[in-house]
Design a protein around this ligand. Structure first.
Ligand code: GLA
Length: 368
């Protein structure tokens, strides 16, 4: 049996760092993906990528952490699947990708979800989408060390073409929102500032938010289960005791969560200009209150403000590098890309990688 899995990247329209705070996000799946081709191989297991990396091992060997970062995604998936079925088949997997890595468009979750989907099929393990999402999150937490939320995996497993998913990350309730961007398109500008969230302050933000929540609950005698639920009265009455940093983090999360709700209303009523404004506000919060941006991202976002053919722009994903997302008039894209590439290179001596974000469905699997 040969299995092909196509696992897409994700674009998040708005709602950044709200997922692990039990709030709302508004993601969609990209038409760029990681394609994985699986086959049973009786002798040994082998995973190779089109970037020239490869790893060979016996699937029945006990788990051992690798010193090579990406190999831990593979070993982590195998270890989690082994807990469900102890005797797994050796396999070969060849990976071909159109999805840039380290760009904040979720290449790691695309890889992990794709591996789980293909290997579970190859080993006759029945998993539904929720189980795959959970295993994938466990892999990132336990074997990679990034304490991320559920947004990326949920999107990869469930997305529909040209729809955004309004997802409540606490209840895992979701609703599809049809995206009608008229003469506008979504443009990603990849800074080529590579981030590996395991080495950034991402986990620190996760623990700051936990601490802020505990303090607010204690001070206000409340039992909020997540930071996104906190009301503004409780937030401001906790201001002093929270201290400057935790207050900034909590304020950002509460505001960003509200921005997602407002964005849906704007998008459903074709108010693209108003939605664009919220993208700028989101960036301002990520830069100044949540402090996960960087100078390259800020430059790209600020540059778009000069043009009324661009309705909004913000950094996207975990931050500390990666890409910006802008809502731009289709007819202006070519001219703008040419200009911004030059400006970016002359300022940072880095190549800018523009990607027009066409939206697609979630993960697909085919057998032959
Ligand atoms: C990364 C994580 C997500 C989410 C975003 C920020 O992509 O994997 O779970 O937290 O950062 O919104």
């Amino acid at each position: 049996m040969k299995i092909k899995v196509t696992s897409p990247g994700r674009v998040n329209l708005i709602g950044e760092h709200t997922d692990y705070n039990g709030g709302y996000v508004l993601p969609c799946a990209l038409n760029l993906s990681i394609n994985l081709y699986f086959e049973i191989n009786n002798k040994q297991s082998c995973v190779k990528t089109d970037l020239g990396y490869s790893m060979t091992f016996n699937i029945n060997n006990p788990y051992k952490k690798s010193s090579i970062h990406w190999e831990n995604y593979v070993f982590g998936v195998i270890e989690e699947l082994r807990k469900i079925k102890s005797d797994l088949n050796n396999f070969s997997c060849s990976i071909k990708s159109t999805l840039p890595s380290g760009a904040g468009i979720s290449s790691s979750s695309a890889l992990v979800c794709g591996l789980i989907k293909g290997l579970s099929k190859l080993n006759e393990i029945n998993l539904d989408n929720y189980e795959i999402i959970n295993i994938s999150r466990n892999v990132e937490h336990k074997y990679i060390g990034v304490l991320g939320g559920i947004m990326d995996q949920f999107t990869i497993m469930n997305a529909k073409r040209n729809m955004a998913i309004l997802l409540n990350c606490e209840k895992l309730d979701s609703k599809f929102i049809k995206l009608e961007l008229k003469e506008y398109k979504l443009l990603l500008l990849d800074t080529n500032v590579k981030h590996n969230l395991a080495n950034t302050d991402y986990n620190q933000r996760v623990s700051e938010c936990k601490e802020a929540l505990q303090k607010i609950n204690r001070l206000c005698k409340k039992k909020y289960t997540n930071l996104s639920q906190v009301n503004r009265v409780d937030l401001s009455s906790s201001k002093e005791k929270l201290g400057k940093t935790l207050f900034k983090r909590a304020t950002y999360v509460i505001n960003e969560n509200q921005r997602v709700i407002n964005s849906v209303e704007f998008l459903e009523n074709n108010k693209l200009k108003e939605f664009g404004q919220l993208m700028y506000e989101s960036h301002e919060g990520l830069k100044n209150s949540y402090e996960v941006s960087c100078k390259e991202l800020d430059f790209l976002v600020e540059y778009t403000m000069e043009y009324d053919k661009i309705l909004g722009s913000r950094m996207m994903g975990g931050g500390f590098g990666g890409c910006t997302l802008s809502l731009i008039k289709d007819s202006f894209i070519e001219e703008f890309i040419k200009e911004i590439k030059q400006k970016y290179f002359s300022k940072f001596k880095r190549k800018l990688n523009p990607i027009i974000a066409n939206l697609n469905q979630g993960i697909q699997m085919s057998l032959n």
